[in-house]
Design a protein around this ligand. Sequence first.
Ligand code: UD1
Length: 421
Amino acid sequence: MDSIRITGAAVLEGEIPVSGAKNATLPLMAASLLTADTLELTNVPRLRDIGTLIKVLEQHGVTVETETGAIRMTARDIPNTTAPYDLVRQMRASILVLGPLIARYGNAVVSLPGGCAIGSRPVDLHLMALEVLGAKIDLGRGYIHARAPEGGLTGGKIIFPKVSVGASENALMAASLARGTTIIENIALEPEVIDLANCLTAMGARIAGIGSERLVIEGVDALHGATHSVVADRIEAGTYAMAAAVTGGSVLLRNVREDLFGAGATVLRKAGITMEERGADIHISCAAGELTGVDMITDPFPGFPTDLQAQFMALMTKARGASMITETIFENRYMHVPELRRMGANINLNGSSALVRGVDTLYGAEVMATDLRASSSLVIAALAADGDTTINRVYHLDRGYERLVEKLSACGARVERIPGQ
Ligand code: UD1
């Protein structure tokens, strides 16, 4: 297995192009199942998770053409409505095919994703939403068996008791083709959900209230093809903003808007980072020694994203003073803590909160991470550390960061990928 070696303490200076968001691309790809026409996505990142969803779609019978930065998907006919375990277990987001399949074909058999490293991650809200639209759902032998009534799904009122990004996306896609009106309350406001709603609208869906917590969807008989450019990856952008800041550097993040950061922008500014919108880009800088400890709680958008919690903790290990970080979305999302401690970080964990006291020096070490965002927190710590850090299990980073080594090296980081034996 490949690893990444980083020699720390180089100041990052330069430009980083921000890729299209992985978490927007995946539901947008699933939306291709809703139409017999071609859906073309541009600004698509080249990532392992995208490759996994391509395999899922292809085994359903979708024709997929890829070229640099673009995917064209045509689901003219779907001979197979089963998403098998060996693909779904590689990537939980495969469950996003459930809503489109049942809405267009009236049935779907999708493997239950199972737990993952950061928490148990149930899918009850996805199933509840589809049941409101009339789906009959049975669970058996590790699979979700979903069937629409004769005549297809019908509109209904879906009230989410808790914000779920994936369940919101499945509900939105299914409701677009359900007969009659669907109201979705407490829908997730994440930019990736809004990107999906905009793409569905371009495909002919009738959705009112986009950007608010209550959507009203008038189902249509069929959707048509469209071309859609994927929204920028706010998590990638936030990661590089913190990477630059921890080195006392300055970078221009290309093609990303500040509103995508939500409360993240406020928290980063409070921590001493200067963030300035410049046209379609954002300039980030932080003078050496200027990082200050601030408290942070993760929350659904526009709150601080859980997907930047680990990176923020790495940033806070080098801040002046203390920071209390509280994770409210996933129950087991502190696996980066022991690894950061091995690099000299001072972190005390108590339940869902972590008290981070800034230290003067982090030290390079051999570390390993168990999930995508934990791995990127180790990259941030390594960039700030004295000496060499080797990060193992790079495949986690390959799931979510396109050309990470190239993007960081272009800004002066001393980073290289070491092929596994
Ligand atoms: C998406 C993102 C992931 C991010 C997460 C939260 C994608 C592909 N992934 O994941 O990177 O960390 O949003 O912003 O977009 N829950 C239930 N029942 C359900 C569904 C969710 O209880 O049926 C719970 C989860 O366990 C979790 C919380 O709701 O505690 C939020 O999860 P959710 O928003 O659904 O996350 P994902 O869509 O899986």
